[in-house]
Design a binder for this molecule. Sequence first.
Ligand SMILES: NC(=O)c1ccc[n+]([C@@H]2O[C@H](COP(=O)([O-])OP(=O)(O)OC[C@H]3O[C@@H](n4cnc5c(N)ncnc54)[C@H](OP(=O)(O)O)[C@@H]3O)[C@@H](O)[C@H]2O)c1
Length: 306
Amino acid sequence: MRILILGGHGFMGRHLQQVLKSTPHVVTCVSRADGVDLRDYAQTLACFQHLNPDAIFNFAAHVGSVHYVSSRAADVLADNLRMTLNIYQAAQSACPKARIINPLSNCSYPGDADIHLEDDWWAGQVHESVYAYGNYKRFVYVTARCFSKQFGVDSVNLLVPNTFGPGDSPDPNKTHALNGMIIRMIQSRNAGKDEFEIWGTGKPVREWAYVEDVVALLGLALHRESPLVEPVNIAQNRGYSIRESAEMIAEEIGFKGRLVFNTQYQDGALRKVLDDRRFRSMFPDFQFTDHREGIRKTVAYYETVL
Ligand SMILES: NC(=O)c1ccc[n+]([C@@H]2O[C@H](COP(=O)([O-])OP(=O)(O)OC[C@H]3O[C@@H](n4cnc5c(N)ncnc54)[C@H](OP(=O)(O)O)[C@@H]3O)[C@@H](O)[C@H]2O)c1
């Protein structure tokens, strides 16, 4: 198979490359670093015509921390909508049989939802803190559905929880929440600080997924016989409060200072846990990495790059 990973040099893309390395597939990664800006339709089309992929992992996105996607909401929305339409239009024109695999985000669930059930995905507004990013992910689904309906373009949509693990950016403003906390806490420890500040109360519960688990599951989408347009959660139905995760990080890095919760900052949604019934019926034997073990491996990575 010819496989194209859009955004393939990013956090998830690099891990997927590792997974696919031992397979006979021909894998190509494309991003602006390779001279392809997916916001530009002509460049996107030329790339797809040249590579003629059988499958496309749609990992390219304008994304960052919650603060980043909130403060740059218009840029985040505009860039991601352009890329999404360009990818689908170019695929329909150049490689209409290619399967497009989309990692949607649990940020696209209603902000006030407690347990995230696929049937309720549209049942309310995306949380204000991730309004642009979450709505863009809903738009990916709408695009997949329309291009399936009119042109038969094949998509697999999986709803991915907050993902962490080795290989993400060392810049805490660019990384996703848990990696950002690991980076900042290692920096505090190295600077000999006796306090570590956490924004908010530490009470919000989040479901986390270790990056190697996520890419392994996305990789399985290559072997599905049928498309999966209606999104399914990658889910464990298990969350950890920010405080619990922070305490695990502190233990793993040997930070002896105090964890201080600054309640002047917004908490964001109070609970985000994904219902796992559909996931379990599709992947009954899948074993997720234990949360502490994932933190341990991530800490080991950041200890070498910071
Ligand atoms: N990490 C998570 O917690 C998480 C959770 C749920 C879903 N997801 C989704 O999973 C996908 C991958 O996430 P990630 O964490 O790997 O992101 P990432 O590390 O930020 O990587 C994004 C990639 O997109 C490329 N890109 C950005 N703008 C582009 C453009 N205009 N044209 C071409 N390429 C562009 C970037 O490369 P250049 O800068 O070289 O262009 C980069 O390689 C995204 O769709 C994200 O929304 C991630």
